[in-house]
Design a protein around this ligand. Sequence first.
Ligand code: HEC
Length: 158
Amino acid sequence: MGQHRLHIGMGLIVSAALLLVACGGTFTSPTATPIPLDPTGAPISVIARGKTVFVKKVCNSCHIVKGFDEAIGLVGPDLTTIYRSAASTIQTSVYKASKGRATTAIDYIRESILDPNAFIYPSCPTAACQPNLMIEDFKETISPDDLEALMAYLVSLR
Ligand code: HEC
């Protein structure tokens, strides 16, 4: 009885395979489910993780991201459109005269996190931004994975 079932089973597999061949299918592994991407090209799941890192690393206590209820800090600049703003900041003469070395928006954002005093962004929500306020040891305390996710999140803000 068991043998019989096995036979039917094998028969089904073989006919399925033949059907595949007949229809022009191949025996290579089935196409992987596509990973949903944000318009910025990063996987949505990575961006979502970056948003949790933004809270875990208390960035949200000093920065506003409009539309994100937990990010309402007034100490640092509003990051709602940081990617676009970074692209213009690096073109300014104040930036070029600073210790900042970024030539792309992505490098600027990374530099702002890892070396916050390289350049002091001029305007914060309530007054001029101050140096030495942003936590300075993120380069030691954020894991490479977390930094990558955080960057994907910040780059998606535009
Ligand atoms: C204690 C408050 C504080 C915390 C916490 C903080 N920041 Fe900041 N951040 C600031 C201040 C103040 C500035 C402006 C001065 C400067 O440029 O360093 C700033 C600047 C920035 C800038 C540049 C903004 C611009 O418009 O060019 C980015 C990007 C940034 N922070 C991201 C982060 C991220 C990401 C975190 C968490 C990993 C974080 N910050 C945590 C206070 C903070």
